[in-house]
Design a protein around this ligand. Structure first.
Ligand SMILES: [Zn+2]
Length: 290
């Protein structure tokens, strides 16, 4: 699943190629249309595919930014601002190509679900093999309240005070530290891969209760999360399973991961263990993490 650094990589590659472009035509896949006819919320959320298509045709992409693990396309039509919000889910990927046959991996072409043609004839294609991704057309952010409840960006000045304030709330005291740092209300953008790495780096057992971590260690925990996310952004994210950068490029952070997906601990050479914590598989070293 693409995490914050991977989404940042996608946004950085999209910015120069689609900013200022006007959406000429939108095609929605038959799979989405059929699912929506059966009442399923498949990729395009809240509205029917025809309304979605008509809404964004003719709009200009003014800017693109990442917010947590979401991609915000800021759109404009006749002077009015709109928002297209995309979450890549498990396997979402964007391709910017001059013709569809430039998408060389068959599986991405086969699962192309939203095809945007610009007025310069280039295409921006959203492909999603498992279809857990989301796209929402909004007039304003408040139309989808969960977007307003996200913690501040981890790299912003407000993020640490927000993290400490939330992490010290009584409701989190008895929760596993891993569950808390993966909670988007506490800190934005720390998913399973990076939570696993951060806790290993700090020798903290993923199931340790938050109340057993001192204020000083909480600050270090926050700083380590930010450091690991930044390191991953710098090397283009992790290429795990079907994540691809725009135009199919792969990042290299996966070569730097020390605990995620590992059978042996790189520090003590002992066997790692796995435990399910709040529904997510957690790998850790029982010798090094307490
Ligand atoms: Zn170890």
């Amino acid at each position: 699943m693409p995490e914050l650094p991977e989404v940042e990589g996608v946004v950085r590659s999209l910015q120069p190629v689609v900013t200022g472009k006007t959406i000429h035509h939108v095609t929605i896949s038959k799979i989405i249309k059929q699912a929506k006819e059966q009442g399923k919320e498949c990729i395009i959320k809240a509205v029917d595919p025809d309304s979605f298509q008509q809404a964004i045709e003719g709009m200009t992409i003014k800017s693109i930014e990442r917010r947590s693990k979401y991609i915000f396309f800021h759109l404009e039509k006749e002077g009015n601002p709109y928002l297209l919000v995309n979450h890549l889910g498990m396997t979402g990927a964007w391709f910017h190509v001059s013709q569809l046959s430039d998408i060389t991996e068959e599986k991405f072409l086969k699962h192309a679900h939203v095809l945007i043609q610009f007025d310069d004839d280039n295409w921006l294609v959203y492909s999603d093999i498992r279809r857990f991704g989301e796209m929402r057309f909004l007039h304003e952010l408040a139309e989808h309240p969960p977007l307003l409840e996200m913690a501040p960006e981890p790299f912003s000045d407000e993020a640490l005070p927000h993290f400490l304030e939330r992490a010290n709330l009584p409701k989190y005291a008895n929760k596993a530290v891993k569950e808390v740092i993966m909670d988007g209300h506490v800190i934005a953008g720390c998913g399973n891969i990076y939570a696993t790495e951060v806790l290993f780096k700090m020798n903290i057992h993923p199931a340790r209760k938050l109340s057993r971590i001192s204020q000083q260690r909480k600050i270090e925990l926050f700083e380590t999360i930010v450091h690991v996310l930044q390191e991953s952004i710098d090397v283009g994210g992790s290429t795990i399973s079907d994540y691809r950068n725009i135009n199919g490029e792969a990042g290299s952070m996966q070569h730097r991961l020390k605990m995620y997906g590992k059978k042996t601990c790189p520090t003590c050479n002992g066997d790692t263990k796995q435990k399910i914590i709040s529904g997510r598989n957690s790998v850790y070293c029982p010798n090094c993490q307490h």
